[in-house]
Design a protein around this ligand. Structure first.
Ligand code: FES
Ligand SMILES: [Fe+2]
Length: 400
C-alpha cells in the first residue's frame, strides 16, 4: 500500500481563521496593519519604458501561467473565446473530449485572423481569406484547390499551440508556444490548496467584460491590491463600508491572500466574537501572480485581470468577471438571479469607471513628464509591495 503524505497546508482551519480575524480586530484597536519590511522607491519609467514592456511580455507573460477565462465561458465543444495576450493573439477553444486548447489566431497559409469575434461557437475554424480550414484541435483539414497549390505535408500545418490548462474552474495559458505549463506548480501548495477549497469550477461566469485603458497594466493591478486609498478615493461608496489601511495578509511568495474588515465588524472590537462566523464582516482578496485580483465575497467571486497592451506600455487591457453559483444551485429563479448579478455588475463597473480609472489615467499622464521625482510605496502597501517584488523577481531571473 502506498502511503499518502497529508498536505502540509490546510487552507483554513477554524483556528487559523480565528487567528486572522483576531489580528484584524487588534489592528483596528491599535490603528496598525500588517506591513512590509521597507519602503520602496518607484521610478516613472516603470510605467513608460518600452524596453521594460518588452521584458514583461517575454519574461512574465511568456514564462508563467495567467488566467484568460472561466471554464464556463466555453462550456461545450467548439465554444471559443479570443484573447489579446501580450505576445500573441489567441483562440481558446473547448475540445470534443472536454479539455481546452489554445492557438495563435493566425492562418498557416498567409496569416489571416481566423476568428475575429470575442467569443462564439464553431465546428471548424474556417479562414476568411482562402478558406483553409482547421479542426478545433488545431489540425489543418483542408487546403482549398490543393491540387494547384503544390505539395505540403498537412500534418506540419497545424495552428501554433499555446500551452493551456484548466484548473480551479479557470483557463490558464502561458503566452509562448513551446512553454511547459504547470498551474499547480506555479500556484504553489498554499494557493493551490486555497483555490481548490473554493470549488470555483462549480460556479458560472455571469459576465466577462474587457476594457482597454490608457494606463500601464501595473498601475491598474496596483489599484486592486490597495487598501490604503479606500476612504480617500471612494468616500461615498466602498469607503463607507470598508475600513481603510487595515489588513491581515498571508504572503505565499508569488501570490498572497489578505482580509480587510468591513465597518460592520466594529461591534466586535470590544466584545470577543468567540467562534461566531465572521465572513460577512470581511472581504477576502487574493493576488494571483502575475496579474489578477480575485475577490471572494460571501456569495460569489469577482476576478479582475490586467494585461499589458501588446506594444504600448501606456495602455492595458482590463478584464472583469462576476462569477456566482449557478442558478440551479441557488433558491432564486432565473429572472431574479439575472437581476441580482446584473445589479452587482453595474455597481462594480460604475465605481471603477467613476472613481478608480480617472485617477489611474491621471497617473499615466503624469508619468509622461520628463522629470517626475522618485515616488514611494509604503510599508503599509503590503500587497502592492509583494506584486512588485514578484514581478522584479521574474524579470531578474531572466536577465541573469
Ligand atoms: S490566409 Fe488563410 S487561407 Fe489564405
Ligand atoms: Fe479603488
Amino acid at each position: 500500500m502506498t502511503e499518502t503524505t497529508p498536505s502540509k497546508f490546510i487552507s483554513d482551519t477554524p483556528e487559523r481563521r480565528n487567528d486572522r480575524i483576531r489580528r484584524v480586530i487588534t489592528h483596528l484597536k491599535d490603528g496598525t496593519t500588517d506591513s512590509y519590511d521597507e519602503i520602496s522607491t518607484i521610478s516613472a519609467t516603470e510605467y513608460t519604458d518600452p524596453a521594460l514592456a518588452v521584458a514583461e511580455r517575454e519574461f512574465v507573460f511568456g514564462a508563467v501561467p495567467s488566467i484568460v477565462a472561466h471554464g464556463s465561458e466555453i462550456p461545450t465543444p467548439g465554444k471559443f473565446v479570443t484573447v489579446e495576450m501580450p505576445r500573441n493573439k489567441i483562440i481558446v477553444v473547448r475540445q470534443k473530449d472536454g479539455s481546452v486548447k489554445a492557438f495563435v489566431n493566425a492562418c498557416r497559409h498567409r496569416g489571416a485572423m481566423l476568428e475575429t469575434a470575442k467569443s462564439g461557437h464553431c465546428r471548424i475554424f474556417s479562414c476568411p481569406y482562402h478558406r483553409w480550414s482547421y479542426d478545433t484541435d488545431g489540425s489543418l483539414r483542408t487546403i482549398t484547390r490543393g491540387d494547384t497549390f503544390g505539395d505540403l505535408d498537412q500534418t506540419d500545418l497545424s495552428l501554433a499551440e499555446i500551452p493551456c490548462e484548466e484548473r480551479h474552474g479557470f483557463v490558464w495559458v502561458i503566452d509562448r508556444v513551446g512553454a511547459t505549463i504547470d498551474v499547480a506548480g506555479w500556484l504553489g501548495e498554499e494557493m493551490d490548496t486555497i483555490l481548490a477549497s473554493y470549488d470555483m469550477d462549480r460556479y458560472t461566469c455571469f459576465r466577462a467584460g474587457s476594457f482597454t485603458e490608457p494606463v500601464n497594466w501595473k498601475l491598474m493591478q496596483d489599484a486592486f491590491l490597495d487598501g490604503y486609498h479606500i476612504q480617500y478615493a471612494h468616500p461615498n461608496t466602498a469607503g463607507k463600508y470598508i475600513h481603510t489601511n487595515v489588513s491581515v495578509l498571508e504572503d505565499f511568495g508569488r501570490h498572497c491572500r489578505w482580509i480587510k474588515p468591513r465597518k460592520s465588524i466594529d461591534r466586535w472590537i470590544d466584545e470577543d466574537p468567540a467562534d461566531r462566523p465572521m465572513d460577512k464582516y470581511l472581504i477576502e482578496t487574493h493576488f494571483l501572480g502575475p496579474n489578477s485580483t480575485l475577490l471572494k465575497q460571501p456569495d460569489h467571486i469577482e476576478l479582475l485581470t490586467f494585461r499589458p497592451h501588446p506594444t504600448d506600455p501606456g495602455q492595458s487591457i482590463f478584464e472583469m468577471r462576476v462569477i456566482p453559483p449557478k442558478v440551479e444551485d441557488t433558491d432564486l429563479d432565473e429572472e431574479k438571479w439575472t437581476a441580482l448579478w446584473e445589479k452587482n455588475w453595474d455597481i462594480l463597473l460604475r465605481v471603477l469607471h467613476a472613481e478608480d480609472f480617472p485617477i489611474m489615467r491621471g497617473i499615466q499622464a503624469a508619468m509622461q513628464s520628463g522629470d517626475v521625482a522618485p515616488m514611494y510605496l509604503g510599508k503599509n502597501e503590503l500587497a502592492n509591495q509583494i506584486f512588485r517584488r514578484e514581478l522584479f523577481a521574474l524579470l531578474e531571473k531572466d536577465s541573469q
